[in-house]
Design a protein around this ligand. Structure first.
Ligand code: FES
Ligand SMILES: [Fe+2]
Length: 435
């Protein structure tokens, strides 16, 4: 069927959404144009293209792009499409080169996209081919901006700037970078990358779904409680136990964290408190922070502790763990999720080890937690198309939000975060001008 605005509006009610938003391939294609084609989307981190000549190619929805650092140190984000006959120029992932060279007929480009040369050029004499003409260049994306080293792209040239788009969720990236004594993070190694059998929104929703850990991760919760009960009084838990224990927390614990919804579908849980608050100190870290910032500022930085922040639609971040989880929609029921880990520049290497340990215990497909979530997503994707009721419920805490400026808050297990995301979804999907 074909979707007109009225029909799209009928899919989202104040406290429930129609299953078609998760299972209809036509809705998925519209999302790529209207959400992924309009919002600022996370592409990667500047440290992935640290040195002149470094490149990183990726695909966002149906758009192959490549980030590059040119000889003069400038950053560029281009469509990864040859100006000749359209071949994808750079292979996916990282590279390093003097410039781009198309593997088909050998047109070469500078890292800023300008056409550099092409073989047997005499054959183009008097045809209008001109190296200086932008029509023969690799094309830049409409907009890109870097915030604290995190590079975002936007395929809509009329979209407002990145800072306006991010609003208060930017504080999560600030905090992640501020937790480095040098004020900068850098990518550490390749990501964990898994294909999930579910719609992209299920992952984004789950990250602030505080009603599922007690059930979906119940086996981890009960095992950690048994382990904790066996520990001698006053004993320090191992680094592993410290990370796993909070997954056995109560409904009350998550309620107390609170949840915040922001404009454009962004949001976060926690703020002063999260499942990471009671991690023990890593020797040397606090001192290195105080040496850079002084005592008061260090305490202020370390007191921000958001649980998961949602950068709708493309990624989630944990400031206190220095990891981001990036969503790459492939099909209505296929999503790549990448987990990237960051080193706090100037901090002891043990800080990075804890970040990696967290991912190994929680995000990896060999972990005790991640597979519980993927199984639930796949179950939803499987059962939603059935001839049962078409509605997906999001009414928990409905009517109890507290509004202050552009922040809406509620108790942590409220469905506020989902309703906030669908508010943005509807706005993107029903705006008349299609990018
Ligand atoms: S398609 Fe790239 S050189 Fe021909
Ligand atoms: Fe989970």
């Amino acid at each position: 069927m074909s979707y007109d605005i009225a029909h799209i509006k009928s899919l989202v009610e104040p406290n429930r959404v129609h299953r078609d938003v998760y299972v209809d391939p036509e809705i998925f294609e519209l999302e790529l144009k209207r959400i992924w084609g309009r919002a600022w989307i996370y592409a990667g981190h500047e440290s992935q293209i640290k040195n002149p000549g470094d490149t990183y190619a990726l695909t966002i929805g149906r758009e192959p792009i490549v980030m590059a650092r040119a000889k003069d140190g400038s950053l560029h984000v281009l469509y990864n499409r040859c100006a000749h006959k359209g071949a994808k120029v750079a292979s996916e992932g990282c590279g390093h080169s003097a410039g781009f060279r198309c593997p088909y007929h050998g047109w070469t480009y500078h890292h800023d996209g300008r056409l550099q040369a092409l073989p047997a050029r005499a054959g183009y004499a008097d045809t209008g081919l001109d190296l200086e003409n932008p029509a023969f260049h690799m094309q830049p994306v409409a907009q890109f901006e870097s915030y604290r080293g995190f590079i975002f792209v936007c395929f809509d040239k009329s979209a407002p700037d990145l800072k306006t788009f991010l609003g208060d969720v930017a504080a999560t990236l600030d905090n992640m970078a501020d937790r480095s004594p040098e004020g900068e993070v850098e990518v550490a190694g390749p990501p964990l990358r898994y294909m999930h059998d579910n719609n992209w929104k299920m992952f984004i929703e789950n990250l602030n779904d505080a009603m599922h850990p007690m059930i979906a991760h119940g086996s981890v919760g009960s095992a950690t409680r048994r382990l904790a009960a066996k520990m001698p009084e006053g004993a320090t838990p191992s680094a592993e136990a410290e990370i796993i224990f909070p997954f056995g927390s109560s409904y009350q614990f998550f309620d107390d964290l609170g949840v915040t919804g922001l404009p454009n579908g962004h949001g976060y849980m926690g703020g002063k408190k999260s499942i990471h608050t009671s991690y023990s100190d890593i020797p040397g870290y606090y001192d290195s922070m105080v040496a850079s910032y002084g005592e008061e500022k260090t305490q202020e930085i370390l007191s921000q502790n958001r649980h998961n922040s949602i950068f709708y639609p493309s990624f989630t971040a944990k400031d206190a763990v220095q990891a981001v989880r990036v969503v790459r929609p492939i099909a209505v029921n296929k999503t790549i999720v990448e987990t990237w880990h960051f080193r706090l520049k100037g901090a002891p290497e043990d800080m990075l080890k804890r970040t990696i340990l967290y991912s190994r215990l929680i995000n990896s497909n060999a972990s005790m937690v991640g597979p519980d979530d993927w199984d639930c997503y796949a179950r939803m994707q499987e059962a939603l198309p059935s001839h049962s009721t078409p509605w997906v419920d999001m009414r928990r805490g409905f009517g109890k939000d507290v509004t202050e400026g552009d922040h809406r808050t509620s108790f942590g297990t409220s469905d506020l975060s989902f309703r906030n995301q669908y508010h943005a979804w509807l706005d993107y999907m029903t705006r008349e001008t299609v990018a």
